[in-house]
Design a protein around this ligand. Sequence first.
Ligand SMILES: *Cc1c(COP(=O)(O)O)cnc(C)c1O
Length: 481
Amino acid sequence: MIDKATPTSLDPENWSAFRAQSHRMLDDMLDYIQNIRERPVWQAIPDATRLRFQQALPRESSSLEDAHASFMNDILPYAAGNAHPGFMGWVNGGGTPVGMVAEMIAAGLNANLGGRNQMPVEVERQVVRWMRELFGFPETASGIFVTGTSMANLMAVLIARTGALGMSVRADGLQTGQPRLVAYTSDAAHVCIAQAMDLSGLGTAALRHIPVNARHQIDLGALQAAIDADRQAGLQPFFIAGTAGTVNTGAVDDLAALADIARREAMWFHVDGAYGALGMLAADVAPRLNGIERCDSLAFDFHKWGQVQYDAGFLLVRDGARHLEAFAAPAAYLRREARGLAAGSPWPCDFGPDLSRGFRALKTWMTIKVHGTHRLGQVVSETCRLARVLAARIEAHPALELLAPVSLNIVCFRYRCDDPDRVNRELIMDLHESGIVAPSSTTIDGAIAIRAAIFNHRTGEQDIDALLSTVLSLGASLSTR
Ligand SMILES: *Cc1c(COP(=O)(O)O)cnc(C)c1O
């Protein structure tokens, strides 16, 4: 054994000093999370701070202490703030201390989850088995961690495309006069569904955006009519993407009805459950997802309602063989063996476009194992309850107007006044700069809305109070300006 580090090793020369510094860094992050309520949700980045990140490539070494000080002074205070209980913008998770330390130990191992005969891959397979169980999928279902639902949706389109056109499409591409495939989703679907059509080479023109009903769900009659019209025109309907929790209002499509249509029409039924699918963890939300257990593929994120650190997207596919057919690509240097480090085929890299992959499974496994699905489900229920509390208080207040029905945990509303679009847009920017609460904005039936999406397990009624009182006081002063 060699007991001396090689001269080029990047390990510390002084391990005990490094250890002490590492402990300080961990303590700083624990302090950050423990005391996060005392901070502003968000604050503007000073010009001088931005400038400090426009320096030339460092040629020489410097200390970890200095880099850590830069992090504490210049980076940490100016993050988006989604760990903060007052953060209600977009669809963002808050993360947990358990997820944080899980990320740290995963980084220590630096496992590459592309494949090979190693226990980290078994951790990912454990999460796949758990998700099969949660969503009522069969033993033959496959699953894989990806960056996020945008990637998972793209992969689902590719799997459905290969299913519809046969494996020859992987060699021939889309230039050999195959049937023209058409996909369907609602007007309220996330833009990444259209992007998936673009990136897959099928084109966004082959995606039909079906109107929604008053509850912002896909209109089933309009969907059937569009499928019929496309068949009449000689096209091949192949893919329906339902949404479980739309990004605008949190609406859940009638998934059971979509499953019926897909079966009758012999189409692939995909569900974009980016945030809503994990509503399955909560006894009071799970019935709303009825039909999700029948989809062919399901995309969702642990990093939203699941509270796992970024990034932790996931794709579950009912028929694992179909999944493999779309992606597995043999290569001599990735040869599998019966034993040794190259055993254990298929590998995660056979289920998607990524070869090198990080250990996203560990933070997810540890979050689920430590907190359990019961507690994680309570968080989901509580965020929905807070949304209902917020909606009721908006409806009871003459100066406020609810703009969409509250389906899960997203509330769209506005301050009533003469020039509502201008005032509400200004109001949202002012809210951000207040540092108290940070909702985002959207457009509902043409009107600018304040959109409060409650995802964070730290958010409580006091934050709902803070949102309402700040909106009311800012609204009053803006509308008289
Ligand atoms: C967040 C979201 C996406 C995109 O997921 P990413 O993880 O950000 O890639 C897609 N669809 C819906 C409904 C979402 O909420």
